[in-house]
Write a protein that binds this ligand. Structure first.
Ligand SMILES: [Zn+2]
Length: 65
């Protein structure tokens, strides 16, 4: 149960430009409200910086927690 909640908070980084999607911030310029998990983003969502698709993102492991 806790794992699912934590999973939804995982940040994802664009391997092309380094942009990081943070679920706690969302992407309000594109209508993505804070609290939306990366996994819940529509497939049409693109990196706001370089316009690459979700498949170019990888999970950012926070090793300090
Ligand atoms: Zn990018």
């Amino acid at each position: 149960m806790v794992e699912i909640k934590e999973k939804s908070k995982v940040k994802h980084r664009c391997r092309v430009c380094g942009y990081t999607y943070d679920p706690e911030t969302g992407d309000e310029k594109r209508g993505i409200s804070p609290g939306i998990s990366f996994y819940d983003l529509p497939d049409s969502w693109r990196c706001p910086v370089c316009q690459y698709t979700k498949s170019h993102f990888y999970e950012v492991k926070d090793g300090h927690r």
